[in-house]
Design a protein around this ligand. Sequence first.
Ligand code: GNR
Ligand code: NI
Length: 170
Amino acid sequence: MARLSILRYPDPRLHTVARPVTTVDARIRQLVDDMLETMYEAEGVGLAATQVDVHERVIVMDTSESHDRPVVLINPEIIARSDEMSLNEEGCLSVPATYDKVNRHARVTVRALDRDGQSFDLEAEGLTSICVQHEMDHLVGKVFVEYLSTLKRDRIRTRMIKKAREEQKA
Ligand code: GNR
Ligand code: NI
């Protein structure tokens, strides 16, 4: 296992569109394990491969309170979504210390392959539903700040660039 480094907004690589995984092999399982280690270490509830600069459709999540229920989604597709929407505060490991409200489908059903390459469906609501949609956005190169106003996004961008520059100096 290895901890991977997480790209930070506004890194342009966060806007890369991931390609589907062709075979769930040892390389993908290693990626999944490294992503889980990285996610738990960073105390996140989800992580998309895009965030660790791997542009393949792989997501790991754990929205359990006990942090012992890892979920792996390979080549995820949303097969059903509620008409009902839900406005919730979101954050992102790629945009640290930044939280704002995003409107999402209240419930989604996602079909994906698991760590063994087996297809399964996940009916998600609450934080899991939000997380699935947030992570699937990462796979198409979208970061949650892109749902915010241009003014807010520009402020976040400026603050992130300033922070990166200060960390460089230190
Ligand atoms: O850890 C995370 N928490 C979170 C909180 C509300 C909505 C979405 C998320 S996902 C985020 C981890 C992350 O950046 N995944 O891409
Ligand atoms: Ni994120």
